[in-house]
Design a protein. Sequence first.
Length: 118
Amino acid sequence: MYTVEAMSCLFCKIVEGSIPSTAVFQDDRVYAFADINPQAPVHVLIVPREHIASLDETDASQRALLGHLLGAAAEIARTKKLGKGYRVVVNIGPDGGQTVDHLHLHLLGGRAMTWPPG
Ligand code: AMP
Ligand code: ZN
């Protein structure tokens, strides 16, 4: 059962497999894949399988899912041997730099990060 939003959503299409991606991790709630335009040696996107437009669209009923996404990031970081450190980023809305309206975590690692971000 798809909403109109989900039918036209790039990351929903990646989750369902109609647009190809390089899978990094998956379970019943989460799909993670390589970013097509990597900003670090490791750049993985972690998305919920269900369509959620942004962090700003979530409510209290989705907190377990949000924790699950973060836990998946930590698990992938361990698999990728990022013991020296890494960064997890969530862009929200136009000012946050979000370009795909399906909630996603960026896992970036394999180089030293700078602060503040742009
Ligand atoms: P954001 O700007 O936070 O919305 O991040 C969207 C991310 O999706 C960017 O880092 C893009 O490089 C990435 N992206 C866009 N299209 C694809 C795709 N087809 N496969 C993998 N990553 C993608
Ligand atoms: Zn979607």
